[in-house]
Design a protein around this ligand. Structure first.
Ligand code: DMJ
Length: 571
């Protein structure tokens, strides 16, 4: 009993002691934690004020900054913070300001500059060379190349639509009056069928569609009829040169085996289709459709179109293929024939995409420095050279990318942007920041002209043309920046007292002027620059197709009358 009693009394006593000990331990640990927190934990009120009450905390500290040593340190730190914050706020305001104002300001500058450029080019022509084909801006007199025989006024006809588009209506009226009174095709002279077609027929057609003035329709048809005898060959492939009075044609003496040139006979389609529509005479359309037939019957080496074709035998001449000079606008017109027909010319479409595939396979290459270029092909061998003329291909490929078969739209846009970049490089790598006539990718160079006779720049449009298309399709600001670079270079090196002149060597430290203001400078270069900085609905690409001289022609199934709904919506 005693034992049980002891047991009973001892056990509760030892349990209470252990319990007390544990409680004491927990309590002292808690006290230690609280005590440590005072010294070691970060100042939460400071942290909180930093996150949620930053400004008031800063203000407090600034006001009490000199109170003590610790306050001095905190004050300095906060002063730095204040400055950083103020700088940041200022930068933000400036950035917003830039976002709100700069594009418009820049656009206005460019608009003014471009208008000034066209006004200066046109006024200089008016002043020193009125009625001549072109202007010699250094010697301040008229200039005529034998491409137009004794037809006069190439600059006037080429510039008509640019004047209209830029709303220079007084000048447009003056030019119209000159056309009415002086433009005469009854001349005993030999002309280039291609040049007269793209500049004169194309210029007159555009002027008609834009202004609705009957004189332009009449003159375009009259000139078209004068060109028809060029097709009197055994194959119907036209001669390159034609005497407008006798109707006797021939080919360039230098062309392989008396051949006609692909870029010449292949660049009549758009204008001749319009001539048939406007005149009701099917002869024009028949002539150009026959060219397609002849080409369709021929075997194409690796799917490529040689530049030379004999109009008597219907056989290829020398196997030289180029997307630049001698070949270029043939490819452009296949695509544009399809687009202009409201996408009903399926044959044009098929021929274009097949040709582009062959070009990609056999001519398009990438340099070791990563620049895509389109080489030339001579009898199976590649010449790693690209012409300034070839640079139009960036714009053409971009224009066609949307309709590309087999999901190739993205791929073709990529090709187009790479070509644009290469062509920009050809400008950027010169001293004058203007592009050479041809540049090479061999002998250790990339996008640089190596031969003296390829270093000139004659105010050509192709690179700016490609920037314009790329801008319209991508809205990547770099294309406007590149266009603006070209404007600055043109102003600095090509502008002379009497107009704009080409230069003989883009790598020279100062320009040596060639004394010619080409008519395509007003028709194309200045127009594409203007459109590059215009809104997309100014001559929208779904409704207008530009001929190879930048003369806009309406696209769609129209009946040729200006009161047709299609045309009304275009102008
Ligand atoms: C223009 O007459 C046309 O663009 C043509 O297709 C090629 N050459 C000139 C401009 O460089």
């Amino acid at each position: 009993r005693m034992m049980r009693k002891n047991m009973k009394s001892a056990s509760p006593t030892s349990f209470r002691l252990t319990e007390k000990f544990i409680l004491l331990l927990v309590f002292s640990a808690f006290i230690t934690l609280c005590f440590g927190a005072i010294f070691f934990l970060p100042d939460s009120s400071k942290l909180l004020s930093g996150v949620f009450f930053h400004s008031s905390a800063v203000e407090t500290n600034t006001r009490t900054g000199t109170d003590s040593d610790s306050n001095v340190a905190v004050g300095t730190e906060e002063k730095i913070l204040t400055k950083i914050r103020k700088d940041h706020e200022k930068a933000l305001v400036e950035a917003k300001d830039t976002l709100q104002k700069r594009p418009d300001e820049i656009k206005q500058d460019i608009q003014d500059e471009k208008d000034k450029m066209m006004t200066f080019a046109w006024d200089s022509y008016k002043r020193y060379a009125w009625g001549s084909n072109e202007l010699r801006p250094v010697s301040k007199q008229g200039h005529s190349s034998n491409l137009f025989g004794s037809i006069k006024g190439a600059t006037i006809v080429d510039a008509l639509d640019t004047l209209y588009i830029m709303e220079m209506f007084e000048d447009f009226d003056m030019a119209t009056e000159w056309v009415e009174k002086n433009l005469d095709f009854n001349v005993n002279a030999e002309v280039s069928v291609f040049e007269v077609n793209i500049r004169f027929v194309g210029g007159l057609l555009s002027a008609y569609y834009l202004s609705g003035k009957e004189v332009f329709r009449r003159k375009a048809i009259e000139l078209g009829e004068k060109l028809l005898p060029a097709f009197k060959t055994p194959t119907g492939i036209p001669w390159a040169l034609l005497n407008l009075k006798s109707g006797i044609g021939r080919n360039w003496p230098w062309a392989s085996g008396g051949s006609s040139i692909l870029a010449e006979y292949g660049t009549l389609h758009l204008e001749f289709m319009h001539l048939s529509k406007l005149s009701g005479n099917p002869a024009f359309a028949e002539k150009v459709m026959n060219i397609r037939k002849v080409l369709n019957r021929l075997e194409k080496p690796q799917g490529l179109y040689p530049n030379y074709l004999n109009p008597n035998s219907g056989q290829w001449g020398q196997h030289h293929v180029s997307v630049g000079g001698l070949g270029d606008s043939f490819y452009e017109y296949l695509l544009k024939a399809w687009l202009m027909s409201d996408k009903t010319d399926e044959e044009g479409k098929k021929l274009y995409y097949e040709a582009l595939q062959a070009i990609e396979t056999s001519l398009m290459r990438k340099s070791s420095g990563g620049l895509t270029y389109i080489a030339e092909w001579k009898g199976g061998l590649l010449e790693h050279k690209m012409g300034h003329l070839t640079c139009f291909a960036g714009g053409m490929i971009a224009l066609g990318a949307d309709g590309a078969p087999e999901d190739k739209t993205g791929h073709q846009m990529e090709q187009a942007s790479e070509i644009a970049r290469t062509c920009h490089e050809s400008y950027a790598r010169t001293t004058l920041k203007l592009g050479p006539e041809a540049f090479r990718f061999d002998g250790g160079v990339e996008a640089i002209a190596t031969r003296q006779n390829e270093k000139y720049f004659i105010l050509r449009p192709e690179v700016i043309e490609t920037y314009m298309y790329m801008w319209r399709f991508t809205h990547d600001p770099k294309y406007r920046e590149w266009g603006w670079e070209a404007v600055q270079a043109l102003e600095k090196h090509c502008r002379v007292e009497g107009g704009y002149s080409g230069v003989r060597d883009v790598y020279a430290s100062s320009p040596n002027h060639d004394d010619v203001q080409q008519s395509f400078y007003l028709a194309e270069t200045l127009k594409y620059l203007y459109l590059l900085f215009s809104d997309d609905d100014h001559l929208p690409l779904e409704h207008w197709v530009f001929n190879t001289e930048a003369h806009p022609l309406p696209a769609g199934r129209f009946d040729g009358r200006l009161d047709s709904p299609v045309l009304e919506s275009l102008t």
